[in-house]
Design a protein around this ligand. Sequence first.
Ligand SMILES: Cc1cc2nc3c(=O)[nH]c(=O)nc-3n(C[C@H](O)[C@H](O)[C@H](O)COP(=O)(O)OP(=O)(O)OC[C@H]3O[C@@H](n4cnc5c(N)ncnc54)[C@H](O)[C@@H]3O)c2cc1C
Length: 422
Amino acid sequence: MIEIPQEKFQETLDKHPLLVLDFYSTECPPCEALAPKFEALSRLYGQDVHFIKMFRQGNRELAEKLGVRSSPTLLFYKDGQQVGEVLSGGIRRSDIMRNLDALLPEERVREIHSSIKPVVTQTEALVLGAGPGGLAAAIYLAQAKVDTIVVDPLLPGGQVSTTHQVSNYPGFIEPQPGYLLAHNMAEQAKVAGARMKVAVEVNQVDLAKKEVLIDGHETIRAKQILISTGASPRFLNVEGEKEFYGKGISYCATCDAKYFHDKEVVIIGGGNTAVEESEFISKFASKITMVQQLPHLTANKAAQERALSDPKIDLLFSHEPRGFYRRGEKMVVKVENLETKEMKELVTDGVFVFVGMKPNLDLITESLDKDEWGYLKVDADMRTSLPGVFAAGDVTSKQIRQITTAVSDGTIASIIMARELQ
Ligand SMILES: Cc1cc2nc3c(=O)[nH]c(=O)nc-3n(C[C@H](O)[C@H](O)[C@H](O)COP(=O)(O)OP(=O)(O)OC[C@H]3O[C@@H](n4cnc5c(N)ncnc54)[C@H](O)[C@@H]3O)c2cc1C
């Protein structure tokens, strides 16, 4: 792989029928996460595809001409024409391979894939999940000189990285943007010496053997594992929800509220998240209809009062959604009045669903002790029911799920893990 300046781009493109270009920046964690994958793939595909990289800030003119606005961005070329996907952000090895494979004949793709050698990486502690729980643990483990690897299918930060502002994490007088808090936690873990394997495909988790397979070929073998995989939004499982997921129905106000400037939205839910997120969405939307199955809100009193006094928010109590449809540009939410059984339609521009969370344990097949909602039961040392397997943060059974509580769990787990390893 070579680095070229923008002046050499056309000449390089003319010379190499198959080419991939990486626009990178310095002080860019997703670029750092991409670099070893890009390097390894350049060795695997290098005979067929020419791998080049370019410093985006130093070659702005070309970057802008090619429509590149963030780092890293990968562009693929065949016979001088840009083809395939434009990859940016937390780029996975499998994303790059899919686009490289599309450039080559099937036979050659098979040959390349069969030449991939399995790799085994040993470590003392393996942290599954780079949210606040996992990152706090990684900081403590690495500072205690425990060899630590952190694995996450996304870039580090967990739910914090998509939180607009965090005002209750101690140590900051002013509210902090969630992405910045997440970034600082991840950098602190790296500086302490934790190895980060992020934006990877997590294929298999074997807790009994303490092995995790990532990117289809790398087995990470550990002495102890910490599960800090957090929780994800629950789905309603009603008609149209899957179909319009991300195309009219959102589960993240921070990510999508900005698209509803001066528009009407329907919010499903009436708990803490629904009510708190409605305040944020209210900064953008012209009108909010909140659909709550109970005859009252269940959020904390202060949040309820703010929502009830917001002139933009209408509350529809004792109603449940029964289906989502599209009518032209509009979304239609069919709701049932639980008292009268009457159905009616709410016509809106977009829908936000906030009806609770579920633990991220899809890849964990071993039977661990769980509570009735599927969260992991742990003891005071954060041990699960399987020896050498700990859990921390939102994935565990508890009453309060916050950044501080996840960090606290991660701290306890990591100190106990470090003691046992030493
Ligand atoms: C919109 C919103 C706003 C919030 N605001 C606040 C706030 O202001 N203050 C506050 O204290 N709390 C807030 N919270 C709650 C807080 O973000 C969480 O309690 C906290 O992030 C939990 O940390 P965690 O490390 O347990 O899990 P998470 O933050 O969920 O991180 C889990 C990580 O595990 C990864 N993962 C998932 N599956 C796997 C797998 N199989 N293998 C490896 N990794 C995996 C995920 O990609 C993720 O990065 C908010 C939450 C939301 C959704």
